[in-house]
Design a protein around this ligand. Structure first.
Ligand SMILES: [Zn+2]
Length: 179
């Protein structure tokens, strides 16, 4: 188990476009994925993208079940990591025209929450750790979480959807709290 340091906005490494992962996965990449899960549960968070720990690779982990208070205490007990998912080289192949607004937060922008409007449903293609391709549709909270995480792989943060003034205020707050 290795919990890595999570980069805090503003950090240039959060703004890099992540590189695709090649298969088969090296032991180094497998360790990164394990560490990402450990770091997400430790935070605690419902998702973490590799750039958030300073790794410029197209990998994200999520556990959207983890959101409930009830589950939050149990990550290392049997069944605690009940919905851990690993997403490699993800790509949206469709996004709905209808949108949904949801309050978002981010481990790289601590203690900050804001409403973000995104497509309500998405179709995704991604690879698992064995290099198998998958396609599936997502909606609701999972669609929000995936769009948020995969924005990280493009060097994008949820605060980019806010007004320039609001973003400036948040950046100022982060610099003050975490410099
Ligand atoms: Zn985030």
């Amino acid at each position: 188990m290795a919990v890595r340091e999570i980069l805090i906005h503003p950090d240039d490494r959060l703004r890099e476009v992540a590189k695709p992962v090649t298969f088969p996965l090296s032991d180094g990449v497998k360790t990164i994925i394990e560490d990402m899960a450990d770091t997400m549960y430790d935070a605690p968070g419902v998702g973490l993208a590799a750039p958030q720990i300073g790794v410029s690779l197209q990998i994200a982990v999520t556990d959207t079940q983890w959101r409930s208070e009830e589950v939050r205490h149990l990550p290392d007990e049997p069944g605690g990591r009940r919905d851990l998912k690993v997403w490699i080289n993800p790509e949206f192949i469709w996004k709905s025209d209808n949108t949904e607004t949801c309050e978002e937060g981010c481990l790289s922008v601590p203690e900050t929450y804001a409403d973000v409007t995104r497509p309500a449903a998405v179709k995704l293609r991604w690879y698992d750790m064995e290099g198998e391709a998958h396609e599936a549709d997502f909606e609701g909270f999972q669609a929000v979480a995936l769009q948020h995480e995969f924005d990280h792989l493009l060097g994008k943060l949820f605060i980019d959807y806010l007004s320039p003034l609001k973003r400036k205020m948040i950046t100022k707050k982060m610099k003050k709290l975490y410099k």
